[in-house]
Design a protein around this ligand. Structure first.
Ligand code: BES
Ligand code: MG
Ligand code: ZN
Length: 522
């Protein structure tokens, strides 16, 4: 895993610093009230130099519009003084939101990378409300959002860049020490606490991204189940892994059916987090689609962008990340995380279109399209999940290409049978700048999945309402009183270059934070 930036709270600058970052509200900029950059932050700088900073601040060069970042450097003879100031615009305080601040964090990170700044100081006092500037967000939440933007931007996947290669040296891998400087001594402890929370968040999101980015020749079902076991030890979760033999005993023929065209044995991972000192905690089951590579099987995919199908276990990565993050936050609810890992391949043993499989629930399924494999493995996992009698079940999957057509790359789709659950998930999403949009699940959509020879089929002949059909298939395996929601993250799982603080290419790690938040608030 790439190293997280080291975050620390300070009341004085220690050691050498490459740059100091000063957040600026547009209101202050317009009133030409310069930031406090005097002692102790600028000890050693001459009066002249402080004047340079003030002059620059008052000039038209820096607008303080949200996301605007301006650096000021000047030469000094004395090496021990700070001669690099970066102003970060936050826009007008009345229009501030946590998401905007995260984006500013991302802009600042880009600046630090381009300036090759290794050790930087963020002056957090300007985040504090002054009497003339009231904002609804508490200063700690502002600082936290800013830090999230930085940390989420700092990820890179370089595992397979050879050490000497050009790219292995590029980017942000160098700088990692970020000090948060405040003159308010009484804030240090709570600042530190928040920084730790953000570090945990970074770790969980990085992990999810690493999982999803892993090439599928390495990232096999066996690799991920081994990793899950290691991580469960590291984070104090319990872990059980069902082998194919045990899955036969569990009657999970849909999981086994999808995996049978691959030389890689399928694995069914079950993780559990149990809160300490909570009597009768509520149980949340998370289910993640873990197709380590989706070739489509016998209904093979076209070759264009087939390489992206290594990300077809992004749902698994998301629920793993969320479980780890929630456990780091010591949430008061019990979490059981279920991941069927399979590789969808077309070898001589593969399932064929027209085959009929019997699901764990007892329903028979005609496999019209072996590329509609995610819903098959999830159906068995959801059935298993309901035996655990949870309060709610949430599944996360890169289920349909159709969700990109419906919603593009700004939000994922949510479908389910419980409006309260859906709106709670959407709320957790908006707190984290991760958007979730509902699609309908009218029972009549199920008519499209009637089979001539089995209880239902996994796909229809036309491509209408693909995301809804995927979900309506899953719904056939949801029992009457189960509260359930399904997130189709196919469009949001990778290549989110359109959004700030997600990597331009590769895994996004989106919805890890949202799910952890949902669990924490449930
Ligand atoms: N893994 C794909 C969905 C997908 C497509 C994810 C593009 C990310 C990017 C899924 O298994 C699949 O192939 N779905 C089919 C369903 C169809 C055959 C009913 C699809 O969306 O075309
Ligand atoms: Mg498929
Ligand atoms: Zn798939």
């Amino acid at each position: 895993m790439p190293k997280l930036p080291l975050l620390e709270a300070r009341t004085a600058i220690l050691g050498e610093v490459d740059a100091i970052i000063i957040p600026v509200f547009q209101d202050l900029r317009e009133k030409a009230i310069p930031p406090k950059v005097t002692s102790p932050f600028f000890e050693g700088n001459s009066r002249n130099e402080l004047e340079i900073v003030e002059k620059f601040f008052k000039s038209d060069i820096f607008s303080a519009q949200v996301g605007s970042v301006q650096g000021l450097r000047w030469a000094t003879k004395n090496k021990n003084v700070l001669n690099h100031v970066i102003f970060a615009g936050l826009g007008p305080i009345s229009e501030l939101s946590e998401e905007k601040i995260r984006k500013v964090g991302a802009q600042v990170w880009a600046k630090l990378v381009s300036e090759k700044s290794r050790s930087v100081v963020i002056h957090v006092d300007p985040f504090f409300d002054r009497s003339s500037l009231k904002s609804d967000l508490s200063h700690l939440r502002k600082i936290r959002a800013f830090t999230e933007g930085l940390v989420l931007s700092a990820y890179e996947f370089k595992k397979y860049k050879s050490v000497g290669s050009q790219d292995s040296k590029k980017g942000s891998d160098f700088s990692k020490r970020i000090s948060f400087l405040t003159s308010e001594k009484s804030w240090v402890a709570s600042l530190e606490w928040h920084l730790n929370q953000v570090s945990a968040m970074g770790e969980a999101v990085y992990l999810a991204r690493d999982w999803s980015n892993e090439p599928s020749n390495y990232g096999t079902p066996t690799y991920f189940s081994n990793e899950a076991r290691k991580l469960s030890r590291q984070y104090g979760l319990s872990c059980r892994i069902l082998t194919e033999k045990e899955m036969v005993r569990e009657r999970m023929s849909l999981v086994l059916g999808v995996g049978q065209g691959s030389v890689q044995p399928s694995q069914f991972v079950r993780l559990e987090y149990l809160p300490k000192k909570v009597k009768n905690p509520k149980t949340i089951v998370l289910v993640g689609k873990g197709v380590t590579f989706d070739s489509g099987g016998i209904s093979i995919k076209p070759s264009l962008r087939m390489e992206d199908m290594k990300h077809d276990m992004a749902g698994a990565a998301t629920v793993l990340g969320a479980t780890i993050l929630a456990s780091c936050w010591q949430v008061p609810n019990r979490i059981i995380t279920l991941i069927p890992f399979v590789e969808n391949m077309p070898d001589g043993g593969a399932i064929q279109p027209g085959n009929v499989l019997t699901a764990r629930s007892g329903k028979t399924v005609e496999v019209i399209n072996t590329d509609a494999e995610g819903r098959l493995i999830l159906a068995d996992a959801l059935d298993y999940a309901q035996d655990l009698k949870p309060h709610v079940i949430i599944d996360v999957a890169t289920l349909t290409g159709a969700v990109s057509v419906a919603l593009g790359k700004q939000c994922c789709a949510i479908l389910g049978n419980d409006d309260e659950l859906i709106s709670a998930l959407r709320d957790a999403g908006s707190l984290n700048g991760e958007r979730i949009w509902p699609l309908p699940l009218y029972d009549e959509y199920g008519d499209d999945l009637k089979s001539d020879c089995a209880d239902l089929k996994n796909s229809s002949n036309d491509a209408l309402g693909g995301t809804i059909r995927g979900a309506i298939f899953l719904k056939q395996f949801i029992r009457e009183k189960t509260r359930w929601a399904h997130l189709d993250i196919a469009a949001m799982a990778y290549d989110l270059g359109n959004l700030p603080y997600y990597p331009k290419k590769g895994a996004s790690g989106a919805y890890v934070r949202t799910l952890a938040q949902f669990i924490a608030d449930f």
